[in-house]
Structure formats: structure tokens, C-alpha cells
Write a protein that binds this ligand. Sequence first.
Ligand code: B3K
Ligand code: ZN
Length: 856
Amino acid sequence: MTDTKVHNPQAKYRKDYQAPHYLITQTNLNIDLYDHQTVVTAELHIHKSHEHDLPLILDSEVEKVLSLSVNGETLQTADYEQSTGSLIIKSLPDTFILITTSVVDPANNSALEGLYKSEGVFCTQCEAEGFRKITPYLDRPDILSVFTVEVCADQSYQHILANGNLIAKSLDNKTGRVTATWHDPFPKPSYLFALVAGSFDLLEDKFVTRSGKEIALELYVDKGNLHLAHHAMASLIKSMEWDEKVYDLEYDLDTYMIVAVDFFNMGAMENKGLNIFNSKYVLADESTATDADYHGIESVIAHEYFHNWTGNRITCRDWFQLSLKEGLTVFRDQQFSADMGSEVIERISHANIMRTMQFAEDAGPMSHPIRPDKVIEMNNFYTVTVYDKGAEVIRMLHTLLSASGFKKGMDLYFKRYDGQAVTCDDFVNAMADANDADLSQFQNWYSQSGTPLVSVKETKHDNSLTLELSQTVFGRESSFKPFVIPIKFEILSAQTGQSLKRGQFILDELRQTFSFDITEEVDIVLFENFSAPVKVNRDVPLNQMVRIINNASDGFCRWDMLQSLWQKAAVSDDNSGVRERLIEVISDIIDDTKLDAAVKAEMIKIPSFESLAEGFDVIAVDNILNLRTEIAKQLAASKFEVLASEIDKLGVIANGYEKEVVANRSYKSALLKLAAYANTKDMLAIIRNQFKAANNMTEKMACLIAASIADTDLCKEITEHLYQQFTGQVLVFDKLSQIVATTENDAVYQAMSDWSTKAEFNRANPNRIRSLYGSFVMRNPAMFHSLDGKGYAFLKDLLIEIDSSNSQLAARLVDPLLAYKRYDTKRASLMKQCLVDLSKIKLSNDLYEKVNSALG
Ligand code: B3K
Ligand code: ZN
């Protein structure tokens, strides 16, 4: 079975939603697992939702349907119709039991959607529309059914798991096959169905809920990896505690299971009671995982856990409402991470995601509202817009209604809709009703795509400061409806730097004026804590920028104004003096001994190519690349002594994942990376010594990254050293792949080709492809955008290879080509040609939708 679908994909529209004509109250499955011939028997208890004579149209993408019966009577082939993607049965009674028997081929399922087998493990991924690949069904999220599932497999599979509670397990001695029966008492949509059969090591713990119920926690990992599961388990327990404390939400089943698998298209999946995780988001210890990995695990474990209420207990009516569960759950996991670590660092990282990825998506051909109106392939809409902008929209509600108002809204949402499949409107209405607020205009965030641009003009009079604000959306100036934009602000004395006032106001008209009674010269800080996902057009004089960088109370805003200064340097003439000023400011930051280590690390980082590109209408690739290296080199040369002594002072940092040591490692990594631009003998010696002394992966990777900047040979030497030390450990291999793929010269192609012959590199595994080739296309702008077009052609060939086996993966990797219109004519035409070439071959729905929207 491949994922390649017929080539006339039909779009679905949100406006066409119809309530289901049939409902399935009970779903009893028998799944007889075999590598190529798994037989799935589904007993579905169905009734009509109202009186009608309409046919039952099941979604069906199984290999083969063997038999069908209605109320015990076998259907003849004339009684039903099979067309692409569906199975249609006519003339049905009001209530009936439908039994279907069909066959699937898990071992040949390289798309990793539906039921698949990889490396000895059977597992499933059903969201969004994968269940129809397992059995014919009404595969839509508003069909909620109680599932009982019998899974039969050879007794060599030690663990046979499905959602809910294990109610029976037996072995047939004659056949050597085990049958495990699972029952999930909570009605659920098919996308939350899961099954796993394999042999694992099991880490067990327990959690006692606030009301005294004991929950068994079970974490299944590949044999030999038990020692890598403790951080994930600790993260789960923290998540359970946090959701009780902050939202009064307790877990509802008796067991919470997490299984880590190596072959997975994304991060993880929140199946009811049985989360399936990409092993990257479970396995970690200090010697193999970095602090970033630890953070990723903690936040993904939390995210999937939080879905139990925001997603599973209350789910989406249709897939256009995806942000109902994803935006809200991302917001909740962001709150959790901020509580576990640092709010400022979290906001910096989310603002970076919004600016480098979401604003870019919104400026490109796949731009869509957080609640899309039109979809061809649903898998294409698990986007930074639906997830991250969706979370920013929820955050604005939290800001507008206050933390306690937001909590009241959440309480009402759970009270009203528990056990139902609902819409984004339902969510906003619960927020409005609980607070007696009118949120009708706020809904514009759900219906309109594009990044709002807020222009700010400030005028100082004797006794007042006036801000004239306006909002617009590029390309839709005359047709968009104004957004409700909360603006958190601070007013600083220009002379003393002291904070005079902090608060928030709301921009909700096209143009609005706000005045403050102020007599002295002041600096106004806007969008504290990134209070709205907008671009800001504001001409801040250099001196004022610097004062804000030095004095703003909000660490996020100090960082933010520094990013604006970088942007200004990127677009200004070399002789404008902006670069010199930027260097001065960063030098002062480097010298500042009072700054918090984690924030300081963020402030001395050279912004990514993508974040500087965000300020350009036509992205000036070479200018941006040059600016980054030039400034870094000048800073490294002029501040080398200080950087080196700071690295030295930090010394050997204690291991552990406590906030303070993580901050120190982050600071040290940033120092090493910046100092590496000095590529002097002294620096090479520092990298060598630091590498030798490092006793955790965070510091080792920091040295490797520094070496990749400073010296090719040293980089190769450290890569080889780590490869030898961790041979066979694929998660470490992936880190090294990223370094190989970001080599900034033509040797990168040979290096990637050599690297891909290593035993660890399995082309069927999405993690391997993403770490090597994904890093090349997303993190190596110098080579990907090289003017000879080689980078683009490389990606095109890769997409052709991957699309027929794993279309979801291909559709993720194509993104950098879609934005061709934002590049200079030479690059744009090379990129476009690749898309044109792709459009001429038979593509999956996933890739078809993206390529065509870009060319259309
Ligand atoms: N809900 C899943 C993502 C499913 C992606 C389908 N292509 C994980 C998450 O957001 O928690
Ligand atoms: Zn999610």
C-alpha cells in the first residue's frame, strides 16, 4: 500500500458541514494482526440520526473488503458500492448492526498512517483521517462511539495495547496467539483510536489524583532503553499535578499509557489513554540528550496529557475546527512550560516561531485563518497557524479577560460541552458568557488570515504623549475587518530609565488615538510579553531603541527591541552607523555582569536567517548572510577576551535539569558559538578543552556547533568522535546529521551522501530524513539558496523520491520552495521551476495541494 492517491483531489469547505445522518453508538473491533494480512472485523451499532432514506457512506481506504452483513444478513455485491475512498450501502433500517470484515497490510504501510508495522512493532496513527485505512467507518470527529477492541497477535508480542482498560487476555495454546480485549468507557471519535503490539521495557509509576483515585502510569520503550524514560515519566507527573492545580482537571481512566516508537511522522499523538510518541520526545539522559531535548520532552508530554480534556473529552465537530483543541492545548502547554522554567525565555521562543515560521506561512500561498475554510488534505493543516497562532489567539483572550476571567470561561466550557464535539464559536461563546463580555469582533481572529500590521506614530506635547495607531493586513487593506489587539505597554523615563507606568489598551478600530498625561521625555515600550501576534511598523530613533534595550522591565521587550535593532541594521546602508551601534549595544550586554544568564544568552545570539528575512519584502539573501557573519566576526574579535573569560568562569557546570544549571549551559553555548567566529588558535584550543571536559550532551553539542563555525577539520574530528562514542544511537546520530547538513560550502552534498550510507541512516524513517535533509533545506540558507540552483534541485529530487512512500513527510519538506515569490528574480525562477517540474508528475494529495496553491 502506498499513500499515492488519485490525481483529482477534491477540496472540502467549512461552509458545507452537515450533521451526520447516521450515528455509531458502539464499535466492537476484532483485529487479527499479521504483517501483510491483518484482518479487521468491525461490528458497528448504527442508527439514523433522523428519519431519512439516504445511503450510509462509509469512509474506506482498506486494502480489501471481504464481507459485509447487516443485522446478520450477508450483503451481496449488488447491495453495496465501493468507490474511491468510500463504501456505500443503501436501503438500511433505522437501527442495525453492520459487520464488515476487511484486510490491511501493515508491513507495507510506509506512509505511517493507519495501522503500520515498523521494526517489529505494530502501531497506529489515525488523526486526522487514518482510521478509514484500518476499517470502513464514519471517519469524522463528530461521530462519538464506545469502543471495545479485541486484538489478536502471536504470543511473541509481549505487550498488546489499545485504549481504555484491559478487560480480558487469553492465550490459545494451539495457535500460540494471544487475544487482549480492551474497553474504553468514554465515547470517542475514531481519530483517537490506538493500538500497539510489540515487546518493550516498561517503566511504571503511579499518580494519586486530588480526589484520591490512583492512576497507573506506564511508559513503554524499546528494550534496553528503560534508563532513558525517567525524564518523560517525571514530566507526565508534573503535567498531571499542574492541570489539577491550574485548571482543576483530573485524569479520568485508571491507566495512562505512553508508548515510544521510532517510526513516527510527527511528535506524538494523544490517543485516549494510550499516547503514542516519537521516541525523540521520550528518550533522554544527560549523556545523549541536550537541554533542548529535555525541554521538548517535557512540553510534548504535557501537551498530549492536556489534550485529555482539551481535545479528547471535548473534541472538534469537524477538522476545520482543529484549532479548538490545538491552539488551546498549545496555549496550555506554553503556560505549563513557563511555570516550570522561565516565562521570558518561553515568550522569546514563541515569538521567534511566530515571526520566522507563522508570519512566513501567512505571507505565502498556504496562508489560512486559524480556522481554515477550505482543505484538500487535512494533514496539511497541522500548521504553525492552527497551532501557534491559534495559541496566541487564546492568549489574547486570557489577556483581555484576565487570568480569572479566562478560568471562568474554561470552567463553563467544560461544564457545557464535556463529551461533545464542538466548534471554535462554542469555545468563544463560553468565554463570552462566563464573563458577560461581547467577543463578536474578537472572532475576526478566527475568520481572517494574514498578519496584522500595526503602525505607530507618537507625538509628544508639553503635558501629554499621543499614540496614533492603525491596523491593516498586507494585500487585504480594503477588505479586512479590524482585529481586537491587546497592547500591553510600559512608559519609561527617558532620563532615568525608570518605569513610570505599565498597563494595557486595546486597538480595535482601523485607526485610534491614545493619550497619556506625561510631562517628561519618555520611551514607550509596546507589546510587552508579545501581547498580540502582529507586525509593528514604528520608527524608533536609535537612542530610544538603546534605552529600551537597557531599561524595559519586561525581559522579552529588551530582547525584542534588540531584534528590531538587528532588523534596522539589515535594511540600513553600511555607512548609516546602525551596525556600529548594534555592535556597541551587544558589547555592552556581553560586559553586563548583572543580567540573568538565560536572557543574556538570548541577547547575544545572532538572529537566524529567517528572522532577519522577515523584515524584507524581497529577501536579500546575500545581505542577510553577510550581515550575520560580519557582525558576529567583529564581536568575536573585539570581545574575545571577555567571551573566553566568561566561558572559563562558568567552568564545569553541574549536570541536572534545574533552571539555574540549564540557564548556565545555555549561556555557555551562546558564548562558545559567538566566540567561534574568532576562529583563532586560542579559540580552537578552548573548544577542544571544553569538549574534553564536557560531561553532558548539551555542552558537547555546543562545542560541536562552535567547531562547525570555527574550523572544518575540528568539526569533522568532533563529529567522528561523537559518532564513534554513540554508534547505533539514532537520536545522537540525528544531532550529528544536523551538523553535516549545515556545512556551508559545496562539500555539503558529498558529506550528506557519505553520511547517508551509515548504518544508522534508514531512508524510511522520518526522523532520519528530517534531521539530515530537513536541516539542509531549513537551516542551511547559504547552500539551499545558492545561486546555482543546486539546493532547490536537490530538494525537488528528494520530494519526488519521498512523496510516493510518505506523502506527509514530503509535504512538510516542500515548504521552503513555496515562498519563491519573496526572493529575487533569479532565485524565484529557479524555485518556481522546481515546483513546475513537480506539478507535472503524479503527486500525493498532500504535495499536490501545496504545489498547486504556490503555482496558482
Ligand atoms: N494531534 C496530533 C497531531 C496529529 C497530526 C496528524 N497529521 C498531535 C498533537 O497535536 O498533539
Ligand atoms: Zn496537539
